[in-house]
Design a protein around this ligand. Structure first.
Ligand code: NAP
Length: 207
């Protein structure tokens, strides 16, 4: 997992160096770049263009696949925003047994790949196995808002944690990256480096 935070581990309301953040993502040469539905929807706003006829076609795109966890269909009518992005690879959506039928029909009508596992929520271990077998995925970078990262950490699905710390303290309104971790996790420091005013820390998760 890779995240940009403040010194007090806030993931929102802080200046983020997009350049530094995505330079690090690229260096992993990931087969998959993944995030959750709350993060995906946070980029949709009044200026997001409506869907075009051409958005129904699956484009030919280079890797990495962009994988969005969205079992509740939050991105229904808005996935074209990511399909259109010059940065994205083809989109794969992770859905569950309780995903609304209307969302599955929306995905099928537009030829989005989707993987259905789990009951209420996605079964992440099963979904990762399918990504590995069906799409030859070896390296996955998860760049989400804390909640999804926590479920992955708790399921022992994270090997490495990369944090880019900006020179800011968020204070009382801090939305802590690790707010949802229930059990302590032991880490081994692999690397620390200074990038201008930023500090990057890389840890291996001890399993
Ligand atoms: N600073 C950074 O590096 C960074 C990076 C990314 C995002 N962000 C920010 O973080 C914020 C969003 O973060 P977030 O943590 O709320 O959301 P998130 O990680 O984007 O989404 C939460 C994900 O957790 C899943 N989930 C929720 N409850 C679950 C459960 N009980 N079992 C299994 N899975 C469950 C949801 O699945 P379903 O979709 O299937 O319901 C959803 O996909 C946004 O403001 C975004 O801008 C910051």
């Amino acid at each position: 997992m890779h995240n940009s935070t403040s010194l007090d581990m806030s993931i929102t309301g802080i200046p983020v160096s997009m350049e530094k953040h995505y330079d690090i993502v690229r260096k992993y040469k990931p087969d998959v770049y993944m995030f959750g539905s709350v993060t995906a929807f946070s980029w949709i706003n009044d200026e997001t263009p409506n869907e075009k006829k051409s958005d129904f076609n699956k484009p030919k795109k280079a890797k990495p696949f962009w994988v969005i966890v969205d079992s509740k269909g939050k991105m229904e009518n808005w996935l074209h925003f990511y399909r259109q992005s010059e940065y994205s690879g083809n989109i794969i959506v992770l859905v569950s047994g309780e995903t609304p039928q209307s969302y599955l029909e929306y995905l099928s009508a537009r030829k989005y790949d989707y993987i259905q596992t789990g009951k209420k929520y996605v079964n992440y271990k099963e979904a990762m196995n399918i990504l590995k077998k069906k799409y030859n995925v070896e390296t996955l970078v998860i760049d989400s808002g804390g909640k999804l990262n926590s479920y992955f950490l708790e399921s022992s699905l994270i090997d490495e944690i990369s944090i880019l710390i900006s020179p800011n303290i968020k204070g009382a309104d801090c939305l802590n990256l690790f707010r949802d971790i229930k059990e302590p996790i032991t880490l081994t420091l692999l690397k620390s480096e200074q990038l201008d005013d930023y500090i990057r820390l890389v840890y291996q998760v001890v399993k």
